[in-house]
Design a binder for this molecule. Structure first.
Ligand SMILES: Nc1ncnc2c1ncn2[C@@H]1O[C@H](COP(=O)(O)OP(=O)(O)O)[C@@H](O)[C@H]1O
Ligand SMILES: [Mg+2]
Length: 601
């Protein structure tokens, strides 16, 4: 099982970089311009410092005012060019990086929409959210600052080395020794802080996920008065995050004073030795002045270089997590058979152009399935739903009823056996067309932010207002909707928190009704409504079910009585089948379930 936040291997890092450069590919020109502008900006800075030499020497030698003016003016021009280049590359980089994360965000979300449900079973919602917030932010930050900074600083460091070697190679031996010392220290502390950085990212993800999970389950939290435990759980995660954050920051922060101290010592030694050299006439004052400014300026880029490299590395691990998701396999869809609606009904259009009318004939033979390879949930299921029949699945909780209904429309792929739909293997039908032919009223309803009308129209986007209202009437939702403050235009927020559970369910039935599909799946569709409403819905539903194949899972066996065929499921196997009378006469599992329920009611 692939989990986020796996430790990173260098091989993966190479892969991540190549994927990233793939994304940057279409912005290559802009990036090249950025590199050029960065180079100009740094060169401006270096050349400006170098200018100290001729200006000072000019003053000491013949002291002409005009020459001084010329020197200073030239320095000003050089700096001005440098600053303009800085302005140019920060502007450019802002565009490049925003475009880059725009593309990645877009691809990530579009890809998520193609992933199978099994992916969402495996991944915590908090971890998926964290890709869009945490990881994208880190990438954006690194692109905006670290990318140009690393280029800038590496040019600055090499440029400084070259120039000081030209100015005075003897003194440069001292500087080189100091640089080596600095890098060695930075490497050592960088290694340790990197471990903390990774811990920190992981801890942020944990904390985000925890908050999200607890906030969305706040009602349950309050029911069981778990607030204190929740706070304790949060405190634990918060402490882990703070500890990792302190570790990461203190290592990074200890780096700066250490490097600065080395650079001061270096500066003092160079100033002293350089002064002696000037006294002996081995070098001139101008060179020494310029030299010393170079040495003073050298500590900052070295610090920045390593810090920003660390940021780049954490951005790369963020990118890697995103690419891991982008590399998850989409739902397999090799189907070619398409669905076509006409006035009188629906047709399957095969690849050769021949048409088969959609009748709603569903046939399972020897279907074996497990959500994970190591645990079989359904074991050799065979069933046959004739067109227009109502098939009821009954059995205790966890028997596999919902699972069966999730296989017909390929929420999950089966391990062996076949499922035929009007004689066509469902794997040969284009996924979206296959799913278009079903409407589901799922066990757990989900409403989206929008109006009641829009939520019902989710079933079929081109439905007219009239269709929507008719569907609501069938589901018996019409009367309660009209009593809402804004009727059909009432805003549903936060997964329908402003509606009762029963009302939510009525809306999801209306959604199925507006879709008007040939096959209907009702999974405990009336479990949250009272018996009176259930009666009303059933009357409407009879109309809806007319001429359709219906799979119904109901917890009230009174609903199941009217089914054409009843399948009794136990631990992933069908143990009894028949209609109500036959099964009652058998006095088996169905009989005892029915009698049990009957006595309870
Ligand atoms: N998404 C899933 N991932 C893994 N196992 C699941 C998933 N959904 C259901 N199961 C398991 O499959 C079995 C059958 O579940 P289900 O079909 O929902 O039962 P029923 O609808 O009959 O109550 C249960 O043991 C359940 O734990
Ligand atoms: Mg179920």
């Amino acid at each position: 099982m692939r989990r986020p936040y796996t430790s990173k291997k260098p091989k993966d890092m190479k892969y991540t970089i190549s994927r990233m450069s793939g994304y940057l590919g279409n912005q290559r020109t802009k990036l090249i311009l950025v590199v050029i502008a960065v180079a100009i900006s740094v060169s401006g800075n270096l050349a400006g410092t170098y200018m100290i030499r001729p200006v000072v020497n000019g003053l000491l030698e013949n002291g002409s005012r005009l020459q001084l003016m010329k020197g200073v003016l030239l320095t000003a021009v050089i700096y001005a060019v440098g600053v303009s280049a800085t302005f140019a590359y920060t502007q450019l980089m802002a565009r490049v990086s925003q475009r880059f994360v725009f593309d990645i965000r877009h691809d990530l979300f579009s890809h998520l929409e193609t992933l199978p449900l099994s992916f969402f079973d495996r991944w915590k919602h908090g971890d998926i959210m964290s890709l869009f917030t945490n990881d994208i932010d880190t990438i954006l930050d690194a692109m905006n600052n670290s990318f140009s900074s690393v280029i800038k600083n590496s040019i600055q460091i090499t440029g400084t080395m070259v120039l000081i070697a030209v100015l005075n190679w003897r003194l440069s031996l001292i500087v080189a020794a100091a640089y080596i010392l600095m890098f060695a220290y930075i490497r050592y502390s960088g290694k340790r802080s990197k471990a903390y950085y990774n811990k920190q990212q992981k801890a942020i993800g944990e904390l985000d996920g925890y908050v999200q999970e607890m906030v969305s389950g706040e009602k349950v939290v309050k029911v069981f008065t778990h607030e204190r435990e929740n706070i304790e759980g949060f405190v634990k995660r918060n402490e882990v995050l703070a500890a990792a954050g302190i570790g990461a920051q203190s290592y990074a922060a200890s780096m700066i004073p250490a490097v600065v101290s080395i650079s001061y010592i270096n500066y003092a030694i160079v100033a002293f030795v350089g002064g002696l050299m000037v006294l002996r006439g081995w070098t001139d004052v101008g060179s020494l002045a310029s030299y010393l400014v170079f040495v003073r300026q050298a500590a900052a880029p070295i610090n920045q270089f390593t810090q920003q490299t660390n940021f780049l590395i954490s951005a790369l691990s963020g990118a890697e997590r995103i690419f891991n998701v982008l590399d998850e396999k989409s739902e397999e869809d090799k189907g070619t058979v398409r669905l076509q609606r006409h006035d009188a009904g629906w047709d399957w259009i095969k690849a050769d152009g021949s048409a088969v009318p959609l009748r709603g004939d569903v046939r399972f033979s020897d279907v074996v399935f497990g959500y994970t390879p190591d645990r079989k949930i359904l074991d050799g299921i065979s069933l046959y739903a004739k067109p227009g029949q109502m098939i009821a699945l009954v059995g205790s909780t966890g028997a596999g009823k919902t699972t069966i209904t999730g296989l017909v429309n390929r929420f999950y792929g089966i391990s062996s056996g076949t499922i035929l739909y009007d004689g066509i293997d469902i794997r040969d039908i284009r996924l979206s067309d296959l799913r278009h032919s079903f409407a589901y009223v799922l066990q757990d309803t989900h409403l989206f932010t929008g109006t009641i009308r829009e939520n019902i129209r989710f079933g079929r986007l081109d439905a007219s207002d009239e269709d929507v209202e008719k569907a609501a009437s069938i589901a018996n939702a019409d009367s309660f909707i009209r009593r809402l403050p804004d009727g059909y235009d009432t805003l549903v927020t936060n997964d329908g928190a402003n509606l009762s559970e029963g009302q939510r369910q009525l809306l999801s039935i209306a959604r199925a009704a507006v879709a008007d599909p040939p096959v209907l799946v009702l999974d405990e569709a009336t479990s949250s409504v009272d018996t009176r409403t259930e009666d009303l819905i059933e009357k409407g539903m009879d109309k809806l079910m007319e001429g359709r194949t219906v799979f119904v899972i109901a917890h009230r066996l009174s609903t199941v009585r009217n089914a054409d065929a009843i399948l009794v499921l136990e631990r992933g196997r069908i143990i009894e089948r028949g209609d109500h009378e036959e099964l009652m006469a058998m006095k088996g599992r169905y009989y005892s379930l029915y009698m049990g329920m009957f006595e309870l009611e």
